[in-house]
Design a protein around this ligand. Structure first.
Ligand code: AMP
Ligand code: MG
Length: 492
């Protein structure tokens, strides 16, 4: 029996300058570490066959499945504000596309599968640590109901990659609605290739924004669509304490999925200025800067689309600015609505925003754990005797008492029963996030001891982030002082 991938490739049919045809480089001794069986089924793949040695060879790039048309995609991008006209898939290869069980076209991409014409000085490989991190965090985001690329499999290659030290090499199979980025548009725009920009825009409309095709001005509507999805996405990140870490334009997906998990992190203590990434020295991509940066990235996209918006450049700029002007309102509305749900307010009243703002202020001043404060607030909404657990998050617990009084006065005006309120709050306030110290512990066990039990257990817990799972209660705990992770690394 051979593994059958029902490929239906569309990107590889675009003009030749969109990509380079390149096959994965075979590796010594592939071993499957993890297969995402439910996702395999969703993609119409046979999980049992993927778990055979042949399956592992395919997932490691040692063997090409029938129908694959492997390509490395070309893109450019602003990295930390500086434009690089050519980046591209330097360590990733798109095997092809599959229409999943819901009729959605999905890219199947190997990450860490060897050099491509876009590798520059890189080796085209990935170390085990970053592969496990992306697997864990992307699947956690999916379970949190946040748009994201997904992880189908992780294999180790049986080869070492040289970073600061020699590390086990690994390949991640990533599944995405597509891998088109803001930087993909920039690649063509930077070359003055308006036909390329148009062909890409048409591909994207067809694939991600089919309703836009019927609009009077499809390219305007495309920009509106991307703006709307990014606004919603970044609001969702903030609502769970997620920090992407490298919001370069090449790491901003046009489909509105979270993509390219590098030195990403969930924050423990609430702090709008929080940064974990070791390479983000200026805090450009700090937690609270993310909405501003998303708009900056969208502005770069709008610049690429100008020639499609109007032949008159001044008009095009005016129209683009008008569309970009929607971002702040869309983001603020999504963020404010999400915050209201987090504190159990399901109707809108004057003063709600100020009430929530003062909770966030008190949390920041008192180093309250972002996730636990909201989770335990749900219990306090049911029964004030649970207040102690919320108070315990605050350095000065009286800071909560004062706020709690105002909060309860406001809750009295809500229609729900306390039981309804608690369950509605628990449905939006996760108990479990991929805590940095847990992720680091998983990576250390796998890398140093070839032990994947902690990885499996963490995945199990994170698959149900909104359930209490009392048997895994310790996974909800913030790090002890000596467990704190101060920095994360992209490790590429
Ligand atoms: P990232 O930081 O993952 O968004 O990657 C930025 C750029 O560097 C992309 O063009 C990647 O393909 C490239 N890159 C990152 N790591 C490697 C590597 N090990 N080998 C080749 N290219 C890489
Ligand atoms: Mg990237």
């Amino acid at each position: 029996m051979t593994v059958h991938f029902p490929f239906q490739n569309s990107y590889a049919a675009l003009p030749a300058n969109f990509f380079a045809r390149v096959a994965p480089t075979p590796v010594a001794a592939p071993r499957l570490i993890k297969l995402n069986r439910p996702l395999a089924v969703q993609l119409g793949l046979d999980p049992d066959l993927l778990e055979t040695p042949e399956g592992a060879e395919i997932l490691a790039g040692k063997r090409l499945p029938e129908g694959a048309d492997p390509i490395a995609m070309a893109y450019a991008g602003h990295q930390f504000g500086h434009f690089v006209p050519q980046l591209g898939d330097g360590r990733a290869i798109l095997l092809g596309e599959i229409i999943d069980r819901d009729g959605v076209r999905r890219d199947i991409q190997l990450k860490g599968s060897g050099p491509t014409p876009f590798s520059r000085r890189g080796d085209g490989r990935a170390a085990l640590g970053p592969v496990l991190r992306e697997y864990i965090v992307s699947e956690a985001m999916f379970a949190l109901d946040i748009p994201t690329t997904r992880s189908l499999a992780a294999v180790i290659t049986g080869e070492h990659v040289i970073r600061e030290t020699a590390l086990p090499g690994a390949v991640l199979t990533r599944v995405a609605a597509s891998h088109v980025r803001v930087g993909t548009f920039q690649f063509f725009a930077a070359r003055g290739d308006t036909d390329g920009v148009r062909a890409l825009a048409d591909h994207v409309i067809n694939r991600h924004y089919p309703d836009v095709a019927k609009a009077d001005r499809p390219y305007h509507a495309l920009l509106e669509g991307v703006v709307a999805r990014q606004a919603e996405l970044v609001a969702r990140w903030l609502l769970v304490g997620f920090i992407h870490g490298v919001m370069n334009t090449d790491n901003t997906s046009i489909s509105g999925e979270t993509i390219d998990y590098g030195p990403c992190a969930f924050m423990d203590d609430y702090n709008p200025a929080q940064v974990y990434s070791s390479i983000d020295e200026m805090g450009r991509y700090a937690y609270g800067n993310q909405p501003r940066i998303a708009l900056w990235n969208l502005t770069r996209l709008a610049e690429c689309l100008l020639p499609l918006l109007s032949d008159d450049q001044e008009k095009a700029i005016e129209q683009a600015q008008f569309i970009l002007g929607d971002f702040s309102e869309k983001f603020s509305a999504a963020y404010a609505a999400g915050l209201r749900r987090k504190v159990g307010l399901f109707t809108e009243r004057d003063g709600d925003e100020a009430l929530i703002e003062s909770l966030l202020d008190a949390m920041a001043k008192n180093h309250a754990d972002f996730t636990l404060t909201f989770r335990r607030l749900g219990d306090a909404a049911l029964d004030a005797s649970a207040d102690e657990n919320v108070r315990a998050q605050f350095m000065d617990p009286t800071a909560f008492d004062e706020w709690a009084k105002r909060w309860r006065d406001r809750l009295a005006l809500e229609p729900q029963t306390p039981v309804e309120r608690q369950s509605a709050m628990h449905a939006v306030n996760p108990a479990f996030i991929p805590r940095n110290h847990r992720v680091e512990a998983v990576i250390a066990a796998a890398t140093n001891d070839d032990d994947y039990a902690p990885f499996e257990e963490l995945l199990t817990v994170l698959a149900k982030p909104y359930d209490d799972q009392p048997q895994y209660a310790a996974y909800a705990d913030p790090p002890l002082p000596d467990q704190r992770v101060l920095q994360t690394f992209c490790g590429t």
